[in-house]
Design a protein around this ligand. Structure first.
Ligand code: ADP
Length: 882
């Protein structure tokens, strides 16, 4: 309590202190402001600061026959080429530090009392075509010049039009202050535009390059830059800031010719190319005119200054054209697409008009403040426009990401949903293949189902891959792998297809290929298989040849595996090559209609190979053939060369033969948990030949319950089960029972990259993807069942022989049994009868009389057994029909 009170008091003190600090600050600020206002208003200037500047206005124009009084500024009309001489009497009271400020660009001599004080000859130092712009010349006066004659001799203009600006007399401070007052604010604002515009351009380029956004502000930035340069070159301050006056006279004209381009580009971008042709047309006219202006100016025929009105007309033409498009957009309501920039440009145009009005209304006014304001206005609104677009793009991106996530989820779910029934189809089909060995027709049907089913699975996998890649979730899983095994499998898959089509198939592997490498084996297989399959698919005559070699040491301890696949197939048109790696893009669709494919393979391959840091090179000639070269970076693990490839493969296959013994483990007890009965049937069927005792459970809790009673050697646990999923089931099992030595394998339908790692991290020992393939299942059993439960090769053979004998025996006995046709509409009773008579009769079981009649048309049977109900029905029918 005491503490809290103390704290509250402290807080109160701090607040009082803060208020005092703020109050003192405000007082000082108010004092400073009042001090300034008092000083400024009462204009108390110390007498030492002398700022003198008055206009020297009244002159006499000295002509050969008379003296004409003139008042500066003025325009004097002379005969062509006649020089102009002006004279005036200097004031009586000239003190130290007195100067005359004379503003001109013409060849001039200035005399005081007949003594030459200043000479300016613009022809000295000019570069070709350089125009000297007007600049300030300063002539120093001394006390003894008081009341003397000031004489200005100026070379006459070729056309007899001589323009004189204001002339000033004063001390240096006064003359400089005058220029600062008249021009500096304009100059500073223009310079600031010169700084802001490159920043705007930079932001625009950044957005374009990194955000892949359209960035009209780049164009407006460039436009503003040119106008700013134009104004600066034209400014009176230029000579003080840059100490040059020769070329800048020309530069301002060149800038003026350049200005319309970025603005037209800017507008065109905003208007989404609606008036592109009009702009191109106007700019071409301006370009032709500009070239003519350049030639005329730089050959010295006539300078830019003289051509200015004509140049203005051409520049104005583009501006008028732009104005018309803006008007049309306004009328159609299209301006709303770029309303901020629209207001910006209209503001700029308005500022230009104001500037012109003031220029005409007030003679010799050189200000440009309206234009500067207009430029800032456009620039700011252009940036606002870009910011709005950026925000919208962000929102759109978020929506797109959400949509893409939804798509990915949908695809993942869909693939799961399809893979689950496919598991049943392919599993059952596998059992048909095993059981129907003697029936060729059924075997053919089952083989067709298998190949179509596998193709469907491949398509689903492709779509799943694509969605992973697009959502950025695809990752590489690198392991050590044996290149011989990869190549051998791929050859096994593709060679048969090629030979079946009557194509030649040649394969060559560099004997120096290292035995073991490190990389994403599954993806490498996938990429190679895709390209090899394509070569077979898109080749009608001739053949395909494959070559694998390794370029060692490409840096980063990596080597480059180079796989080239060449075919003499249909080839690819040059114009189609750019679409080759796009998703769902199949070239020449009509021609290739009969060739199966989705147009996804190369897209996926290309993306995976890029993730690995490699690339695909394509050379192809239409109707002649193609060559796809894969550059795959790998790490060499064991550099021992593979030597002759055929030998290496033979050796590897021998090792594999040993490994691939048929497995049998009559002593093993396995539990399979899956909510789908058909899947349970498939997996049990696939394990039938292994003689393993298999228990099944239809849910997680049922599995847990079963594991309570029995100690299983191996448990297969489905992931996606309603109620309790596999991961939870496993957690409960592991917490409840001693599961040491019991391996648990995850069964899952989502063939997602990284799924295996996920399940291992969740405590599973292995992972089996659905549809379960018999070889994979066998491999899993061999790996995870306790070794002492697996029968040896000899034992298996012995049992297999015995089984065959028993089967033959059974077949024989069944053949010799008397035939019986059982008719009953209730399938359950049929099943019971079937079990009852299986050892005494060779039975045929049907559910209605029609089927029985059909059977009897073609077969003979010794006995017929019919249910009472059907028998009575038959009798009734016969009586009714007479
Ligand atoms: P698809 O599943 O259609 O084969 P891919 O992405 O693998 O999809 O290939 C895209 C397209 O590129 C094919 O549809 C085919 O038009 C063309 N193509 C690919 N490989 C070859 C080849 N070796 N020869 C000719 N055309 C090919």
């Amino acid at each position: 309590m005491k503490n809290i009170l103390k704290k509250k008091l402290e807080e109160k003190h701090i607040k009082i202190l803060m208020t005092i600090v703020m109050a003192v600050f405000i007082c000082i600020a108010i004092f400073a402001l009042s001090f300034f206002i008092f000083d400024a208003v009462t204009k108390k200037r110390p007498a030492q600061i002398r700022q003198e500047c008055t206009q020297l206005k009244e002159f006499e124009w000295v002509r050969s026959d008379k003296r004409v009084p003139v008042s500066l500024p003025c325009d004097l009309k002379t005969a062509k080429g006649e020089n102009v001489v002006l004279e005036t009497i200097l004031p009586e009271s000239i003190t130290e530090d007195t100067w005359i400020d004379y503003y001109s660009s013409k060849e001039t001599r200035i005399y005081v009392d007949g003594e030459l004080r200043k000479e300016f000859n613009p022809r000295i130092n000019t570069i070709i075509g350089g125009t000297v712009k007007s600049f300030h010349m300063y002539i120093e006066l001394y006390p003894e010049d008081s009341g003397k004659v000031l004489r200005i001799e100026r070379k006459g203009e070729a056309f007899g039009e001589n323009s004189f600006r204001e002339m000033y007399i004063g001390n240096s401070l006064g003359l400089i202050a005058r220029i600062l007052y008249s021009d500096s604010l304009f100059f500073i604002f223009t310079i600031s535009l010169l700084i802001v515009s490159p920043i705007t351009i930079g932001i625009g380029v950044f957005l374009r390059v990194y955000k892949k956004m359209k960035s009209p502000i780049t164009a407006i930035g460039i436009g503003v830059l040119f106008v700013a340069l134009w104004l600066i070159f034209d400014s009176q301050m230029y000579q003080f800031a840059f100490r040059s006056y020769y070329i800048d006279g020309t530069m301002s004209f060149i800038m003026m010719l350049l200005v319309p381009y970025p603005f037209a580009y800017y507008l065109n971008m905003l208007q989404k190319n609606r008036y592109r042709q009009n702009y191109i047309f106007l700019l071409i006219i301006l370009e032709i005119a500009s070239i003519v202006f350049f030639i005329i100016h730089f050959t010295g025929t006539c300078d830019f200054m003289t051509m200015l009105p004509v140049m203005m007309i051409f520049t104005g033409l583009v501006i008028v054209g732009a104005g018309v498009t803006l008007f049309v957009d306004f009328k159609k309501g299209l301006y709303k697409e770029y309303r901020f920039s629209f207001i910006g440009i209209i503001g700029f145009m308005f500022s230009c008009i104001l500037e012109m009005i003031f220029l005409i209304a007030i003679e010799n006014r050189h200000d440009g403040s309206f234009i500067i304001f207009g430029l800032y206005w456009t620039l700011v609104l252009g940036i606002v426009h870009q910011l709005v677009e950026l925000r919208e793009a962000k929102a759109e991106k978020a929506i797109a990401i959400r949509a893409s996530e939804t798509k990915s989820n949908f695809l993942a779910n869909m693939s799961h949903e399809i893979r689950t029934p496919m598991n049943a189809i392919l599993g059952m089909d596998e059992m048909i293949l095993r059981e129907a060995k003697n029936n060729e027709k059924i075997m053919k049907y089952a083989t067709d189902i298998k190949s179509a089913g596998n193709m469907l699975l491949a398509i689903i996998n492709d779509i799943l891959d694509l969605s992973k890649i697009e959502s950025g979730k695809a990752e590489l899983i690198e392991t050590d792998f044996e290149i011989c095994s990869v190549i051998n499998d791929l050859i096994n898959i593709t060679r048969k297809k090629a030979l079946d089509k009557g194509l030649t198939y040649s394969f060559d592997a560099d004997p120096n290929l290292p035995i073991r490498m490190h990389g994403d084996e599954i993806r490498i297989r996938q990429i190679m298989l895709n390209v090899m399959n394509n070569a077979v698919k898109y080749t009608v005559t001739g053949g395909i040849s494959i070559n694998v070699l390794l370029e060692p040491n490409i840096g980063d301890e990596k080597a480059m595996m180079i796989v080239s696949v060449k075919d003499t197939g249909i080839g690819i048109k040059d114009e189609d090559k750019e679409f080759l790696f796009e998703s769902f893009s199949r070239l020449e669709e009509t021609k290739n209609r009969n060739i199966e494919g989705t147009g996804l393979g190369l897209n996926i391959s290309n993306k995976y190979i890029e993730m690995m840091g490699g690339y695909i090179e394509v050379e192809s000639e239409y109707n002649k053939g193609s060559k796809f070269t894969l550059y795959i970076p790998v790490t060499v693990v064991d550099p021992t060369p593979i030597g002759d490839f055929t030998d290496a493969v033979r050796k590897m296959n021998e090792e594999r033969e040993d490994y691939r013994t048929i497995i049998m483990a009559p002593g093993a007890h396995v539990l399979v948990v899956d909510d789908n009965e058909m899947n349970l049937e498939v997996i049990c069927g696939l394990m039938e030949s292994t003689k393993i005792k298999v228990d099944t459970a239809l849910s997680g809790p049922e599995g847990i319950e079963k594991a309570d009673h029995t100690r299983y050697d191996l448990i297969f646990l489905d992931q996606m089960m309603p109620g309790m999923d596999g991961v939870t089931t496993l957690e409960i099992m592991r917490s409840k029972y001693d599961m040491r030595g019991v391996s648990v394998i995850a069964l899952t339908a989502d063939a997602v990259v990284g799924a295996k790692e996920y399940y291992l991290s969740k405590g599973f020992d292995g992972y089996l993807s659905k549809p379960v393939k018999s070889e994979e299942l066998e491999k899993t059993l061999i790996t995870f069942l306790p070794k002492n439960l697996l029968l040896s090769k000899d034992e298996i053979e012995r049992i297999a022989i015995k089984d065959d004998e028993r089967k033959d025996e059974k077949n024989k006995t069944t053949e010799s049994l008397p035939g019986i046709l059982v008719i009953d509409s209730d399938p359950e009773s049929l099943k019971t009868v079937k079990n009852e008579i299986k050892d005494t009769y060779k039975g045929t079981f049907v559910t209605d009389i029609d089927k029985a009649n059909k059977f009897l048309e073609k077969h003979e049977t010794k006995y017929i057994m019919i249910s009472r109900e059907l028998y009575e029905k038959k009798m009734r029918n016969e009586v009714e029909n007479g």
